[in-house]
Design a protein around this ligand. Sequence first.
Ligand code: ZN
Length: 297
Amino acid sequence: MNFKDIPAHENVKRQLRDMVADGRVPHALLLHGPAGSGKFMLARVFAQYLHCEHPTSDGEPCGTCPACIQHQTFNHVDTLFVYPVVKTEKLKEPVSDDYIEEFRDFITSSPYMDFDKWASSFEKKNAQPIIYVYESAGLERRLAVSATASKYKIVIMWLPEKMNEQAANKLLKLIEEPYPGTIFILVSNDASAILPTIKSRCRPVEVTRLDDATVAEYLTRRLAMDPQDAMASAHIAGGDINAALRTVDATSVSRMFFDYFVQLMRLAYQRDVKGLKQWSADITSMGREQEVKFYEY
Ligand SMILES: [Zn+2]
């Protein structure tokens, strides 16, 4: 993925490129703005851009050097991801790496980072993922070793507002006295909920909500939706791509259930027992398919 693949946010892309061009990349950056606007993709492409061996003259990562390939396959050795996770019976001191496979699937299927979808991907019901203090020891250990193949070691932290206090205090130390060549990119949906001492040490970059036309265009392209329907969903979503996807899903599900309801009434009226049995079997299997489909966006 390149900057140009991320819809809108041209001013943010320009600010990020300028930091590199001017040699003023801060050691802690805070990308903040409403959920579902694409901040995490901006963070990922920026990290790739920083690591790229041959960035293009128009300010994009080249996409072909070893660093770019590693980034694109979510395997860059000097890029660490920190994100909220949950405790379980087996995992009493969870860290992000314990869920790395699940996270990789999640960012692929939900590039706009739908937190509710992430929370519901855990086996534990009503899970409230947070960033625990256990994260800090491993992070410190990995940052103490200098970058293997790159100029920078980059930590991308998704939702710093989900850190518990202990974790926040440990992170503060890492940000206050950074290891040389370390860059933190914090990606927040709610900057007001971040510990002020952490926030004050980060360079803030505001990412604004997407306008309705951008959301609608995304829906049309991604889901082959009718442009008018896409615009209607975009209006309801208020700039949040994830909210827009949920509206579309709800609309298509309710339409489908209405069709099934009409069919049921018809079968009942005709006293078609065989047909009713088949209807029931269809509904059962459809429930399972819908469940799968919902997680495939
Ligand atoms: Zn490259």
